[in-house]
Design a binder for this molecule. Structure first.
Ligand code: NAD
Ligand code: MG
Length: 386
């Protein structure tokens, strides 16, 4: 890179946000964080600001911002309160790159803002592509924004794709760990607790995506994400269970050659690659140890155990409003599960019912997608309460 990149980290207090800070600290001669954002974790955000000394700190939840004592905020850091400041900063000329690390559909407006402004976007917020893939990709094409995947599977595919040309790609194979319930007897699935579901075997992540990994709704969202990001048809996407999470995904080319990307399960590598691409530089991500015996296993997905996978393929095939409906229904259902209101197996079941009940539109605008998102959430609440 020719000069220091100025980075905004939206969602800096989350799992991806914290890993981004670790990468940026290790690569401080190339990257400088100039903006941080958090929703309610104000004490953590204040501590980050004291460490990073950014020019801006955005707190999106007004009440949380009011409740915090900001007297120790560094003098060079300006405190901005309210989500509208994210969109403002996303377009700010002093910011080169936005790390979109907010969880859920709340991340869409600021990611959209960064793409509209033609910025480099390190995209962790897969919901942006799940909800509005065709609109987002068209916008990026018009503005010249570079959309670089942070999701480990999509980063792996992006890296493996460097071995061929886009039209030579035959299949994308997404790997999935299978989560904590890969081997649980099927009849016990309905009784698993929140704590059991939050116990991921390989990755330490935010609560929402950890539950999504246990249901495999995360893989469903990733199928849709891959479909739009790489412009492939859903028939070219496959999912394989790989419990070690060392191969992060694979690309099969038309001649049968398969390229895989391997590394220990550590998000610092995909985050770093999205920030330094096309360069590769030494960084803080964990490295493989080839001198200990290890095994890499693969097995097909059991779709009776994980009905979410079919939801993902269905929404990827349908396009239009289907991704936004599935995403919102799942966000609402996960919140109900975490609150102890519905059993684990109801998450995918309620997504199925809401997806079936919605009036499909093939070419929705962004406004329609946001309206459909609200509708799907209300449907989940109504169905859970009835
Ligand atoms: P997290 O829950 O740990 O952090 C979420 C961040 O978003 C926090 O900083 C929080 O303050 C902020 N936030 C929450 N609600 C908000 C709102 N309404 N408005 C503005 N900000 C809000 O989540 P995470 O695990 O870091 O995941 C972030 C995104 O990255 C998700 O889209 C997830 O799917 C994706 N992702 C995460 C991982 C991972 O390893 N954690 C891997 C791949 C993709
Ligand atoms: Mg992933």
């Amino acid at each position: 890179m020719s000069r220091i990149q100025s980075i905004a980290v939206f969602g800096s207090t989350g799992s991806i946000g914290q890993n981004t800070l670790a990468v940026a600290t290790a690569l401080r001669s190339e990257l400088r964080i100039v903006a941080l954002s958090a929703h309610r974790g104000t004490a953590q955000a204040l501590a980050q600001a004291r460490q990073i000394l950014p020019r801006w700190l955005v707190i999106t939840d007004q009440e949380a911002a009011r409740a915090q004592d900001w007297s120790s905020l560094p003098p060079q850091t300006e405190l901005l309160v309210g989500p509208e400041h994210l969109e403002e900063l996303a377009a700010h000329p002093e910011i080169d790159c936005v790390v979109a690390a907010i969880v859920g559909s709340a991340g869409l407006p600021s990611t959209w803002g960064a793409i509209s402004a033609g910025k480099r976007v390190a995209l962790a917020n897969k919901e942006t592509l799940v909800m509005a893939g065709p609109l987002v990709m068209e916008l990026a094409r018009q503005t010249g924004a570079a959309l670089l995947p942070v999701d480990s599977e999509h980063s792996a595919i992006f890296q493996a794709m460097q071995a061929g040309r886009p039209h030579e790609v035959a299949r994308l194979i997404l790997t999935a760990s299978g989560g904590p319930f890969r081997n649980l007897p099927l009849d016990e699935l309905a009784r698993v607790t929140v704590d059991q579901a939050l116990c991921h075997p390989n990755w330490s992540m935010g609560k929402k995506i950890t539950i999504d990994s246990a249901t495999m709704l995360n893989k469903a969202l990733e199928i849709i994400e891959a479909r739009w990001l790489f412009g492939v048809s859903p028939a070219q996407i496959e999912v394989v269970v790989h419990p070690q999470s060392v191969i992060h995904s694979l690309v099969e080319f038309c001649d049968g050659g398969v390229m895989a990307q391997l590394s220990p399960p550590d998000m610092k590598l995909p985050i770093q690659y999205a920030l330094t691409y096309p360069a590769r530089v030494p960084g803080p991500a964990k490295k493989m140890n080839w001198q200990t015996a290890c095994q890499l296993d693969f097995s097909p997905v059991d779709t009776r155990r994980f009905p979410a996978i079919e939801l993902g393929f269905e929404a990827a095939r349908a396009g239009g409003t289907a991704g936004a409906v599935l995403n919102a229904a799942n966000e609402a259902a996960v919140a109900e599960f975490l609150a102890g209101e519905i059993p684990f197996t109801e998450i995918a079941a309620v997504c199925r019912r809401v997806l079936n009940a919605h009036t499909f539109e093939s070419q929705p605008t962004l406004e329609r997608l946001l309206a459909v998102d609200r509708w799907a959430r209300q449907e989940v609440t109504a169905r859970v309460c009835s």
